[in-house]
Design a protein around this ligand. Structure first.
Ligand SMILES: Nc1nc2c(ncn2[C@@H]2O[C@H](COP(=O)(O)OP(=O)(O)OP(=O)(O)O)[C@@H](O)[C@H]2O)c(=O)[nH]1
Ligand SMILES: [Mg+2]
Length: 487
């Protein structure tokens, strides 16, 4: 047992099975090491730390892949013949002292040295492969280090996986505990399962692993709350936004274009912030710049079909494409004042006291129009961000294909081939069979708009899109309450 207050784990296994990918996912660091679909990518041991409350809980070490287990086991047998009754770890040490450990078996020696130096090993397996002799020999060598080994079954989502065969073979070697963990699209509780299994093997570190698991859940909750807040801010900004325009057709058309452009820009800001919060790269969602050109999500944000695909009711006027997404606001509808009260206020000279509304009231009286964003677009905006957040939560940091949102939250469908950065195996979020299913799960999809958004509609100064924006405590409350509702 180690005296250290933290655990040291070596990630070991045959070459090209996803060891570095596992490191990326467990550390949530898409830049860790080098990942390629070819053997021998990792040549040296490289470490990373997992922290709980700023203190190291686990030191994880990525190691080069084992390549020639059969030849190494033969060589170790030869070495052992010259000595009597060596046990496993002594056989390993004898090999590490031999000249071949610096030559032909240099990679393997690095792995074994690291495993001896750690408290346990995670043995990563590509379960699409049959249980070949070379894997059995490699496992026999690793097992003889005398350290606890937890087999990690990777590629379990592949249709031609052989997890059953692997479990049988592992049991024959005395390895009864194992865990399924797909590094590209892990289960939401994948890490918890992995650390729970590890705790069974490492009794003395069980409390540490429990604390790590609790911290993972806590961090996930904080991330989601932050994400929902970002979405609530976006929605309030967009709902509150009003754009003035002269009432002639050309001006209204121009203002509508400005409105759309600004909303797309604001949505992009939100997407970038979400990717950053989940520690993914902008390149993971390569379409996020396109809304400015009106093409992301495969179609224009304001396109009636985009709305329908999200299960959002589209009125006839919008379906016909007429000024879709921009409502020519009857000004008073945006305020909680009736037309009569407003007129009365203006006539009575009180409009000045209505502060920021003064300018709008004047504009209205001079025949100006105000444009604001349609309810359906608000619903779509919200539903799309939630779809993205769901996809980010289910995405491993080893994933290399771009995120493609087909319009609905759902499980990430992941290529069964090994990923390659070049061919861009695509992780998609599969559309639900019934588009309304998902939309039905968000408070934005049907029925009345959340009251927070109705309130925001009447508060043009709450929008950071407005030149007159000023921070406001009520806006803050509304954002908090909307974020809660989205949860
Ligand atoms: N689809 C899919 N691809 C994976 C998964 N895990 C790893 N890969 C891919 O498998 C290939 C090898 O992954 P690496 O993480 O580099 O494997 P490694 O074991 O570190 O390889 P070496 O360092 O060469 O021993 C890469 O193309 C990964 O993207 C997975 O769970 N699903
Ligand atoms: Mg590697």
């Amino acid at each position: 047992m180690s005296e250290r207050p933290f655990l040291r784990l070596a990630v070991v296994g045959h070459t090209n099975t996803g060891k570095t990918s596992l490191m990326r996912t467990l550390t949530r660091d898409p830049n860790f090491g080098e990942v390629q679909d070819e053997p021998g990518t990792t040549r040296h041991v490289e470490g990373a730390r997992l922290l709980v409350n700023d203190a190291t809980a686990i030191e994880l070490f990525d190691t080069p892949g084992m390549e020639d287990g059969i030849a190494l086991l033969d060589y170790m047998d030869q070495l052992a013949q010259r000595a009597q009754r060596l046990d496993g770890p002594d056989r390993i040490r004898r090999f590490l002292d031999s000249p071949e450990s610096k030559r032909r078996f240099e990679q393997e020696a690095r792995v074994l040295n690291k495993l001896l130096d750690c408290d346990a090993g995670l043995y990563v397996i590509d379960v699409r492969d049959p249980v070949l002799g070379k894997y059995k020999d490699e496992l026999a060598i690793l097992a003889s280090c005398g350290q606890p080994l937890l087999p990690v079954l990777n590629f379990t989502r592949s249709p031609n996986q052989r997890a059953g065969d692997w479990r049988d073979a592992l049991a024959r070697l005395g390895l009864h505990a194992n865990v399924e963990f797909d590094t590209v699209a892990p289960a939401l509780d994948g890490e918890a399962q992995l650390y729970d299994k590890l705790a069974l093997l490492l009794d003395s570190h069980a409390a540490l692993l429990k604390a790590l698991n609790e911290d993972i859940v806590l961090q996930r909750d904080i991330r989601r709350a932050d994400a929902l807040r970002l979405i609530a801010e976006l929605l309030v900004d967009v709902a509150a936004w009003h754009l003035g325009s002269a009432s002639d057709d050309t001006s209204v058309t121009q203002a509508t274009e400005t409105l759309r452009r600004q909303v797309r820009k604001r949505e992009n800001q939100c997407i970038k912030a979400l990717l950053k919060r989940y520690k993914f790269k902008a390149a993971d969602f390569p379409y996020h710049d396109l809304p400015l050109k009106g093409e992301r999500w495969g179609m224009d944000l304001f396109h009636p079909q985009a709305l329908r695909d999200m299960g959002i009711h589209v009125s006839k006027g919008i379906a016909a494409g007429a000024a879709a997404g921009a409502t020519i606001d009857v000004f008073t509808a945006g305020l909680s004042l009736g037309a009569a009260a407003l007129t009365g206020a203006v006539i009575g000279g009180l409009w000045q006291s209505s502060g920021p509304y003064g300018k709008r009231i004047l504009g209205r009286l001079k025949g100006y129009r105000e444009l604001s964003v349609d309810d359906a677009v608000l619903r779509l905006l919200g539903a799309r961000q939630i779809t993205l957040v769901n996809a980010l939560e289910r995405r491993g940091h080893a994933a290399q294909g771009p995120i493609v949102l087909a319009g609905e939250p759902g499980n990430i469908k992941e290529s069964t081939d090994k990923q390659s950065g070049d061919d861009g195996a695509i992780a998609t979020v599969a559309p639900a069979s019934n588009a309304n299913d998902d939309a039905g799960h968000t408070p934005l999809s049907k029925g009345r708009l959340p009251e927070e958004l109705n309130e925001a509609r009447g508060q043009p100064l709450w929008s950071t899109l407005s030149a007159d924006y000023s921070p406001n405590p009520r806006r803050e409350q509304v954002i908090k309450s909307l974020a809660k509702r989205l949860a």
